[in-house]
Write a protein that binds this ligand. Structure first.
Ligand SMILES: [Zn+2]
Length: 326
């Protein structure tokens, strides 16, 4: 029996016990049935990310780009994007909420907004697994910068993942999906420039004394030519879990751990507070293998992302979440 099974809530134990006693009382000849019921009810349904989810993810990413471009943090259009995501996630039936806050930037204090949906776990003292995607666009790239891969693709993926989680039902550990604002800097990354949303989020978890089992950042994972990097600043156990998960879904050739590359991304805010964190990012987003020349350019457009890549990225994220429920 796993650790998760041992820590059932007392209510659940009572319910199972009732089933056992009632069934045994009714017929001693079918005493094997309650045992089957017990083993069945202790298993959480695995989270599955399907082809249909991948198409939902692509459609959501496309809608986000078409309706909310640009989505620079601290602007009216950034807040429009946050509200669009809130509405879109709420339509899956998930109980999403907006966290608006003020934070300094090189151009003075601005208003930011993260979008969050939480799925509380069934375990007593369930820990939290946070999955983050930023939705804001990098400022000053040029008119019409879409941020289709950088921001929109994984934001669409998270919207589809909210549906996957609702289908799977409650998991042993608690899961929070968060669309972060202010990942991009206005001028140069620094204490007051970039990562405002993830810093706010990590600090909220610390203040509320929540136990964090993993903070997972997904970024730029819609790239048609998908190559996922795990940077060196990833917690080793989570690196192992991610690589094993990729192998289980047959995507081991799509992901590589690079011990010579450090990527500052939204997971860094959690790492800075000592929480286990991982970054899944496609940093080979370009016109030829090994190049990243479409990143932060007007070439980051919707025609560069695909449902096929979102399917792999979504399945990988779901498989990591399943592994973390053990
Ligand atoms: Zn970016």
């Amino acid at each position: 029996m796993s650790d998760a099974e041992c820590r059932m809530s007392s209510a659940r134990v009572w319910r199972l016990t009732s089933v056992v006693l009632l069934t045994f009382h009714l017929s001693p000849f079918i005493f094997h049935l309650p045992l089957l019921l017990v083993s069945f009810q202790l298993q959480a349904n695995p989270i599955e990310f399907t082809e249909s989810d991948a198409h939902v993810a692509l459609a959501a990413a496309s809608n986000l780009v078409e309706r909310c471009t640009p989505r620079d943090a601290g602007t009216m259009r950034g807040r429009l994007a946050a509200n669009w995501i809130l509405d879109r996630v709420s339509r899956t039936g998930a109980d999403a909420f907006l966290d608006k806050f003020r934070a300094p930037t090189p151009d003075g204090e601005r208003t930011f907004a993260n979008v969050t949906v939480e799925f509380p776990g069934t375990k007593t003292n369930a820990a939290w697994i946070v999955v983050m995607s930023h939705f804001d666009t990098m400022p000053n790239i040029g008119d019409g910068f879409q941020g289709a891969n950088d921001g929109a693709s994984t934001s669409g993926l998270l919207i589809a993942l909210a549906s996957s989680l609702r289908r799977a039902g409650r998991q042993p550990e608690s899961i929070a999906l968060v669309w972060t604002d202010g990942e991009e800097c206005r001028k140069a990354y620094g204490p007051d420039d970039g990562f405002q949303g993830s810093r706010r989020l990590a600090e909220t978890f610390r203040t509320r004394q929540r136990q964090v089992k993993a903070a997972i950042c997904i970024d730029m994972l819609g790239d048609k030519n998908l190559n996922i990097t795990l940077p060196a600043n990833t917690t080793p156990i989570l690196k192992d879990i991610a690589l094993a998960a990729a192998k289980r879904i047959g995507a081991e050739k799509k992901i590589v751990y690079k011990d010579d590359i450090v990527v500052k991304d939204d997971h860094s805010a959690f790492l800075d507070l000592g929480y286990p964190s991982i970054d899944l990012i496609d940093f080979d987003f370009g016109s030829a293998p090994g190049l990243n020349d479409w990143w932060h350019t007007p070439n980051d457009t919707l025609d560069k992302i695909s449902a096929e890549s979102l399917l792999v990225s979504g399945r990988l994220t779901a498989e990591i979440l399943n592994a973390l429920q053990q």
